[in-house]
Structure formats: C-alpha cells, structure tokens
Design a protein around this ligand. Structure first.
Ligand code: FAD
Length: 448
C-alpha cells in the first residue's frame, strides 16, 4: 500500500505504507535549497534533540539538514560515515529514473534470475524462501496503475536533485565532485532498446529530455565503446558524483563544523521513553532524545521490527570493480543497459558497478559476481587490462515498489523513518533530507 504523504504505519505483518509524499515539504515555501544550506534556524527547532541512526548518504544529509535548521543533532553509526552502501555506488544523479524496477512483465524474468548465476539479476535458490514475501509484493507492484503511482512518487522525490546536489557540493567546498556531462545508455541494437520501452515512455511522460543515437552518435560522445553497442540514449542533463565516499565525508565534516555530533556506536534498540521522547540503547546505556530518525539503510528493519514496524526491505546486493588510475575509458556515466552495469569516470579511476543479487544481509560477497563485472569491463574496454583493481559489495535497501519510506511512523510519536532508497539513494538524499527536516521542525507533518 502506498500512501502519498501519509505517516508510515506501525503494523505487524508488513502492512506499512511508503510515505514518500509531496506534502511534507509544502511548509517550506520551496525556498530552501540543497538540504538546507540556504536555510536559517527554524523557530522552535533549537530545543529539539534529534538522534539520526545511520551515517550513510541518507542519514548524513538528514542530520545536516536538521542541524542547519537549528536542531541539536547526534548522528550514530557503528562504522565510519559512508561505509555502507553509500561507499561504493556509481554516483549517478538520475533525476529522470522514475520507472520503478517492477514493470509489467517482470514475472517472466524470475525463472532466469533463479537459474543464471552469470545474469545481471540473480537470486540464489537458497535465499528464495526468505525473499518470497518481498518477491510476491514486487510482482504485485508491477500492475500498471501501481507503476504509475510509484513513478509519480519517485518524480516528486527526485525533483531538482541535480541542482540541489550541485549547490550542496559548492556549499561544502567540493564542487569538483559533481560532473555534469549527461549519462549515455547503450544497447546492442534496436530490439534491446525496445525491451526497455516502458521505462523510456515513462520518462517522456514526465517531461524528461533525451536523444536517441546511432553508432556514430555513440562514438562522437564516447569513442572507446566497443562495437557490441549500436544504439544509444543520451540524457544531457544528468550528472554524476565522482567520489560518493568523499561526498559523504564532506557532509559529515560540515555537519560537525556546525555543532553536530557523530558517535561511532552500534545502536541496539530504539524505545519510547516514559513521559515522552525516545531512548537509544547502545553500549549498555540509554540516551534520551526528543525525536529519532531511523536511516540505517538495508538494516533499518532490524531496528524497527521490535517496535512492530515492518518495512519489508530486501537487500539487492550490488558489486563494483574499481580500477585504480589506468585509462579513463569514458568521460561521463555510461550505462551498459543489457548488463545492468554503470561505467563511471570516478576520481580514482574507472568504476564498473551494478548488477543485482537478491542474497540477504548475512551471506558473504560472492566473488563470482565481481569477476563477472571485471570480465564485462575488459570485454567492452580492453585497454583496462593490466590496471590494478579492487572489488566491493554493497546492500541496496529495496522496497517492493521502489518507493522509499520517508516520514513519521504512525502511532509512534517522535519516530521518523528514511529508508528503502534502493538504486537511487544518492539521487534522492537531499530531497529526503528536506522532507524529513522540514516536516519534523515545521510541524507540517503532525505526529500521529
Ligand atoms: C553497486 C551499486 C551502485 C549504485 N549506484 C547508484 C547510483 O549511481 N546512484 C544512486 O542514486 N544510487 C546508487 N546506488 C544506491 C545507493 O548507494 C543507496 O541507495 C544508498 O547508498 C543508500 O544509502 P543509505 O544511507 O540508506 O544506506 P547506507 O549507506 O547503507 O547507510 C546505512 C548506515 O547505517 C549504519 N547502521 C546500520 N545499522 C546500524 C545500527 N544498528 N547502529 C548504527 N549504525 C547502523 C550502517 O553502518 C550504514 O553506515 C547504488 C548501489 C549499489 C550497491
């Protein structure tokens, strides 16, 4: 069930609404840019003590947005900021990616997911029983009306993402991290592009600009792309964060410079305090706050479940191969759509990232998935041969509808949730932060 702007229901059995609605930020009057860099302290915010759990891109942006507006914010993470999924992603700011992952016809892709270990989407058979409830909801959300509703929610959350990230990076003193050269999606041929028609139709419907290219057009933009790819779609307005970890670190640093506190502690539980407010339990102690935001990425369910809230997130594990130095074989984000792989000219060298493995939070990374990425990279860009590289796996926090949960938890006064950003957490971090900060501090969202 997806309810625009509605509180996230505390309900057993997975009956939780995605709350990524448009009306939280209505109270801002639209005058705040880039997670509050242009905002002033909000009347009444100064006394509010907020704990944010999770220092990934989502938690860091929320903590920053709240701190700028005058709240007293403590950000918790068991690790260094940006060590989770936000560490190794492809940095694409994909404002036009409004198509949810479950599109009509998705059911037919599931047998291949179970059988093809080398495929771009893979679900190990052993994980099938655990993934089943999520898969059922995923398939159900592929109905046309639900797809359109999800696309509308995603479009609202994505709105202005590129401009916001540019302004924010400038304000943080790291403008060099934003590359504005567009994104190039490439397909082997017209038949492959046709299979993807639904997602491009949705982008057109939402007014996004793109251009279809033939092989010569692809080579004009990116001369290094192998002859496998003959049809391209160029999105000239899209942008890329050239070092996601350094970006998160810059946000965390600025947050602390503004008086915010970061605690490297694992939070074992959040619980309502007697007489109002919340307690966070960590290292055997309980610390009191007025409000708590759970932004713990793919691990958010672990903290919410004891409170009777089940988001039903599933980790879509993604991998990257980071070539260190070596030739920059592309000059912008290039998407090899048939392989579900992004090739990005990161600061450290080319990063080849992507694919989906629905394999849960516990099992170790499967080196064969990263080897697959490396093989494809060398096949498309043979000049990378001999370049030193490292590999990484991260847990994308995915909802069945592709729409994240952003808002207050129903029936749990003072508890807020920002989780489930799936494949688009970098893109949506600032929109999410504005919604949470303005909703919480303006009172536009009344605590249920
Ligand atoms: C291969 C790959 C490529 C991607 N490419 C893109 C892209 O190009 N563009 C894009 O927009 N998105 C992309 N994404 C998705 C994006 O990376 C995620 O959506 C985003 O990083 C999620 O951010 P988060 O802050 O919710 O989670 P995380 O970054 O995982 O942060 C959650 C944090 O919570 C902490 N935590 C968890 N439990 C606790 C606890 N109990 N106590 C304390 N701390 C806790 C963790 O340590 C972690 O630091 C990609 C993802 C992958 C895997």
């Amino acid at each position: 069930m997806s309810r625009t702007g509605a509180p996230v229901s505390a309900a057993a059995g997975g009956n939780v609404g995605a709350a990524s609605g448009g009306n939280v930020s209505a109270a801002s009057g639209g005058n705040v840019s880039a997670a509050g860099t242009a905002a002033h302290a909000w009347p009444g915010a100064l006394q509010v003590r907020v704990a944010v759990v999770g220092a990934g891109i989502i938690g860091c942006c929320i903590a920053h947005a709240l701190q700028v507006r005058g709240a007293s914010v403590t950000l918790f993470d068991r690790d260094e900021p940006g060590s989770g999924c936000s560490y190794g992603n492809s940095g694409a700011i994909s404002e036009s990616s409004v198509a949810p992952l479950a599109l009509p016809g998705v059911l037919s892709s599931i047998p291949a997911m179970l059988l093809d270990r080398q495929g771009p989407l893979y679900l190990p058979l052993a994980h099938l029983p655990r993934a089943m409830p999520w898969l059922v909801r995923f398939v159900a959300s592929a109905r046309e009306a639900r797809v359109l509703a999800a696309a509308q929610e995603l479009a609202r959350l994505h709105a202005g993402a590129i401009v916001k990230h540019e302004a924010f990076a400038r304000a943080l003193g790291v403008p060099e991290l934003i590359l504005k050269r567009g994104h190039l999606h490439v397909y082997p041929d017209g038949a492959a592009l046709k299979k993807d028609a639904a997602s491009w139709d949705l982008r057109t419907r939402f007014g996004f600009r793109f251009e279809q290219l033939d092989r010569a057009g692809i080579l004009d933009l990116e001369p290094g792309i192998s002859s496998r790819y003959n049809v391209g779609i160029f999105l000239p307005d899209h942008a890329t964060i050239l070092n996601p970890l350094r970006y998160v670190q810059a946000i965390a640093r600025d947050f602390m410079a503004r008086g915010g506190r970061i605690r490297r502690q694992k939070v074992s539980a959040a619980a309502p305090a007697e007489g109002g407010g919340w307690q966070l339990l960590h290292t055997g102690t309980a610390e009191a706050f007025d409000r708590v935001v759970i932004a713990a990425g793919a691990w958010s369910d672990q903290l919410l479940k004891p409170l009777g809230i089940r988001l039903g997130l599933q980790s879509q594990r993604g991998y990257h191969v980071q070539f260190q130095g070596g030739p920059q074989v592309v000059t912008r984000t290039v998407v090899l759509v048939d392989r579900k792989i992004f090739v990005t000219p990161m600061e450290e060298g080319v990063r080849v990232g992507g694919t989906v493995e629905i394999g849960g939070l516990v099992r170790p990374p499967d080196p064969r998935r990263a080897e697959l990425l490396a093989r494809i990279a060398l096949d498309v860009f043979p000049e990378l041969a001999g370049t030193a590289s490292s590999t990484w796996m991260g847990h994308r926090p995915c909802t069945p509808t592709s729409v994240p949960f952003v808002g207050p938890a129903a029936g749990r006064q003072g508890l807020w949730i920002a989780a489930g950003h799936g494949h688009l957490g970098m893109t949506d971090a600032l929109g999410t932060a504005e919604r949470i900060a303005e909703g919480m501090l303006s009172g536009a969202y009344r605590d249920p």
